[in-house]
Design a protein around this ligand. Structure first.
Ligand code: G6P
Length: 523
């Protein structure tokens, strides 16, 4: 299997030579109905409003074949070392089901290891939710608080918010989940001040076990418990740990129990491991989390298909490469028309930008072509009242990724002026896709809409656990495929280390109003 730079690919050179198609010419109901691929979990990926004609699709297939993209995916799930920067396997797919051959590493069957952790999490969450495990003063747990940052916060937080409505309307008993991530003491205080500590279980999540913000917040929580004055409360009975077996936290005695991931699960890819499993199983019940895993696994299996037009994640990845490297668009907006996905764009920022925001290839050689785009986004319709002006009439074209659902989660609605709120939400979604693609001519230049703003749409009947699992895996696999195309190592993150080192340096010499002095010393 050969890894090579995108600009050495003959198919890529063909792609560059094709005429950039004109959206106005091709967007039609027939095209929209024809241009889609099933993404798993009830989710479908629609690309009719993308600036590609059949001739582009043919060359994208050639590019995928030339770079052996699904072959590289198969090698990854079969246990080939794909994280070349850290010399590690990449096994997050295995946390939601077997995709390739069974993988043994460190003398351990990794599938069996992840399955054993899931079974332990099921037992534990069942016991907490049933009251078989109580707080140290005898109260049943009603709230869980995850302490973590980056991949130990963004994915789990986004997924909790995404499923809270569906679980509520499905009459699943919820435990309330809260999240503490920032080292800003106000972040923790805003959560702690509303808690009944006797009925709260804290989940300390750090794969490395060394992240400054997380360890600091752990100590802040322990201090709050100690200072609460609650008779008989034992902090160790109100905290569990999620970490890697090689981390300093692994042997911690100051927690009720520990659940493990390993070094083959990257932080931004860890939501389907114990990092997401503990909080989501406690909050919504293990069965809900298992349905979520099944949706992700279905998407993973679909991503093995070498036929680009039938592989939603691969197609999304290749269209993204066309927009980034041929049409030279530097950003992508994620626009979920679902308030429940309010933190999903934030998770995708880490997933995409920490994976592919790199300037050297897998061999450490500088690259001469663009790589990962800047990712941002907010739910619709709110974004329409914020940054859509630039998206419609700005000087830069920003490719758009819409996400939508036919039905709401709570199924509570109101008819105003002949339509429900869900109908209004989706009318806006449809109107935006067409307006961005076709624009509007006007004698007054200030009122002109150039159109030709490309977009894709991922949609399903409802945001339920399976659809959410497929949505998460779709983007993980899209980012993986794009990393293969750009010949990157998408699985390490050297770019976050310098800030940590400098922060430690400033801390040594900086107290309170000394900060300005410290800055001047560093200049
Ligand atoms: O889970 P931890 O080891 O505490 O790491 C938390 C985060 O730390 C860094 O920011 C890494 O770049 C992220 O990928 C990771 O998710």
């Amino acid at each position: 299997m050969t890894f090579k730079n995108l600009d050495t690919s003959s198919a890529f050179k063909q792609l560059q030579a094709l005429p950039a198609s004109d959206l106005k010419l091709v967007l039609s109901p027939d095209r929209i109905k024809a241009c889609h691929a099933y993404a798993g979990g009830g989710l479908t990926y629609h690309y009719g409003a993308m600036p590609v004609a059949q001739e582009h699709m043919k060359v994208l297939q050639q590019l995928s074949d030339e770079l052996s993209l699904t072959g590289k995916y198969q090698a990854l799930v079969d246990g080939k070392v794909m994280n070349t920067g850290e010399n590690r396997l990449v096994l997050h797919h295995l946390t939601r089901g077997q995709v390739g051959k069974s993988v043994t590493a460190d003398g351990e069957d990794k599938g069996a290891f992840y399955q054993a952790q899931l079974e332990k999490i099921k037992r534990f969450s069942d016991q907490v939710r049933s009251g078989a495990i109580l707080g140290s003063t005898g109260k049943k747990f009603s709230t869980v608080v995850q302490i973590g940052i980056g991949g130990s916060d963004l994915g789990p937080r986004a997924l909790y918010l995404a499923l809270k409505g569906w679980c509520t309307s499905s009459e699943i008993e919820l435990l309330d989940a809260q999240f503490i991530s920032n080292v800003d003491p106000d972040d923790a205080q805003a959560v702690l001040q509303n808690l009944d500590l006797e009925s709260t279980l804290f989940i300390l999540v750090s794969k490395s076990g060394t992240t400054l913000e997380t360890l600091t917040n752990r100590d802040l929580v322990f201090q709050a418990i100690a200072e609460s004055g609650i008779r008989g409360i034992d902090p160790a009975k109100h905290m569990v740990a999620v970490t890697s077996k090689t981390s300093p936290l692994a042997a911690s005695s100051s927690v009720l129990d520990s659940f493990f991931i390993d070094d083959y699960i990257g932080g931004r890819y860890s939501s389907t491991s114990a990092v997401g499993a503990v909080v989501l199983s406690l909050a919504f019940g293990f069965e809900t989390f298992k349905a979520f895993l099944n949706g992700a696994h279905e998407a993973d299996m679909l991503a093995l298909n070498p036929k680009v037009e039938e592989n939603a994640a691969l197609l999304d990845a290749l269209l993204g490469v066309y927009l980034r490297n041929v049409l030279q668009y530097p950003t992508t907006a994620i626009l979920p028309y679902s308030q429940a996905l309010s933190r999903f764009p934030a998770h995708l920022q880490q997933l995409d930008m920490e994976s592919n925001g790199k300037h050297v290839n897998r061999d450490g050689q500088n690259l001469s072509y663009p790589t990962g785009p800047v990712i941002f986004g907010e739910p619709g319709t709110n974004g329409q009242h914020s940054f859509y002006q630039l998206l419609h009439q700005g000087t830069d074209i920003v490719p758009l990724q819409f996400i939508g659902f036919s039905e709401s989660q709570y199924q509570k609605d109101v008819v105003v002026e002949g339509s429900t709120s869900q109908e209004k939400l989706n009318a806006n979604l449809v109107a935006q896709i067409v307006a961005f693609a076709l624009g509007k001519s006007d004698g007054n230049a200030n009122k002109q809409f150039a159109g030709n703003r490309p977009s894709s749409l991922l949609c399903a009947r409802q945001l339920d656990p399976k659809a959410l699992g497929a949505l998460l895996a779709h983007y993980e696999n899209k980012v993986m495929f794009q990393g293969f195309v750009w010949n990157l190592n998408s699985f390490d993150q050297e770019g976050v280390q310098l800030g940590k080192v400098l922060a430690a340096k400033v801390l040594d010499g900086c107290k309170g109003d000394e900060v300005l002095k410290a800055f001047s010393e560093l200049l």
